[in-house]
Design a binder for this molecule. Structure first.
Ligand code: MG
Length: 354
């Protein structure tokens, strides 16, 4: 039996903002798009009392909570805190899988010889708090899907431990949409079949589920029955440094596009250096005038953060992949697969910028 933790930071962007502006501590804080057309990305718990939720339009949020403090997202700042947190979590795990800027799975099975899961969770929370003054919620279970549902069970600043023999009971009265991956369409499909709660799905016969919903829904049935067993898959940090440019008019002038790339690569390089990171993978994005979008990536055999490498590889990827007959609406550059730079490596890469 494995022991999996799902760690989820509490209203992460809003909490980050309050950290540097403690006077906002008791205010409703809403982080969202810069324009009136934007949506809410995070609302703190104070703002949620007014009914403000993520993905709601800023206009609607302002109707519900006119006295709220509305701030544009500062991804660079959140990322720097996220990297700190991910490093802490990684240190506690046998296997570590970051899944977004503020969430990760940890397989801690082999860490539990002399310590209970609850104590380990408390240690992790304490370490994150000591280093960042931020809180998180942790779900503990024998698989990833239940750990994820559990971390959401007692938010903020909670720990929920679902023991193996209690798992089916824990799930059975929850609405089916609590299963990660069940969106509006699947939810409606299930409701049409009389399945509203996770327990309704669990009690169905496996064969019935395949016949009515297709083979891919077997995953949902396994989750409902607490039988899902996907591995915590160590993967590269999901963090990245990127920038995009939407042109005022669609263009096909290659030299002009190069000029934009120069600026963008310079910027990404500066940001990486400022935060003392090296990347290993570079990607570009091209959006054509008909909105078709392609991304292409290349992983280099060494780490880099210098402008020259980023620019050369960007041009290489662009030349290899873009369709000269079409006009371009947007281009983007992204550096990912990050590791913290050490003094020496920084010096070597800085050399290329001279
Ligand atoms: Mg979160």
């Amino acid at each position: 039996m494995r022991t999996i933790f799902h760690v989820d930071m509490d209203s992460f962007f809003a909490s980050c903002e309050i950290l540097r502006r403690p006077e906002l501590k008791n205010e409703p804080v809403i982080i969202g798009g810069k324009s009136e057309r934007g949506v809410v990305s995070t609302a703190n718990y104070k703002a949620r009392e007014f009914g403000v939720k993520s993905a709601m339009s800023i206009v609607r949020a302002k109707e519900l909570c006119p006295e709220g403090v509305y701030l544009p997202p500062d991804m660079k700042y959140y990322k720097s805190l996220s990297l700190k947190i991910m490093n802490i979590l990684n240190g506690f795990a046998d296997k570590f899988e970051p899944i977004s800027i503020d969430e990760a799975y940890l397989d801690v099975t082999d860490k539990l010889d002399n310590i209970s899961p609850m104590i380990l969770a408390a240690k992790i929370k304490k370490e994150i708090y000591n280093q960042t003054k931020l809180t998180c919620s942790i779900g503990i279970a024998h698989n990833k899907s239940i750990a994820k549902i559990a971390s959401d069970f007692e938010k903020p600043n909670g720990v929920t431990y679902v023991k193996y023999d209690e798992a089916r009971d824990f799930l059975k009265d929850m609405p089916i949409r609590k299963i990660s991956g069940v969106g509006k369409v699947t939810e409606q499909q299930l409701i049409n079949l009389g399945i509203k709660l996770i327990g309704d799905l669990a009690s169905k016969d496996r064969q019935w589920v395949i016949e009515k919903l297709g083979k891919s829904s077997l995953r949902l049935w396994l989750i409902a029955n607490a039988l899902e067993s996907s591995d915590v898959a160590p993967r590269e940090s999901s963090e990245s440094y990127s920038t995009e440019k939407t042109f005022d008019e669609d263009i096909d002038d290659k030299d002009l596009i190069f000029e934009y790339f120069k600026k963008m690569c310079r910027r990404v390089s500066n940001e990486l250096k400022e935060d003392k990171y090296l990347a290993k993978t570079i990607s570009i994005k091209i959006r054509y005038d008909d909105f078709e979008t392609i991304t292409r990536a290349k992983t280099l055999p060494f780490h880099f953060n210098d402008y020259k490498t980023i620019f050369d590889e960007t041009l290489f990827l662009f030349d290899e992949n873009y369709d000269v007959s079409r006009k371009i609406r947007l281009v983007g550059v992204k550096c990912s697969n990050l590791q913290q730079s050490v003094e020496k490596q920084t010096k070597i890469t800085d050399f290329f910028d001279l």
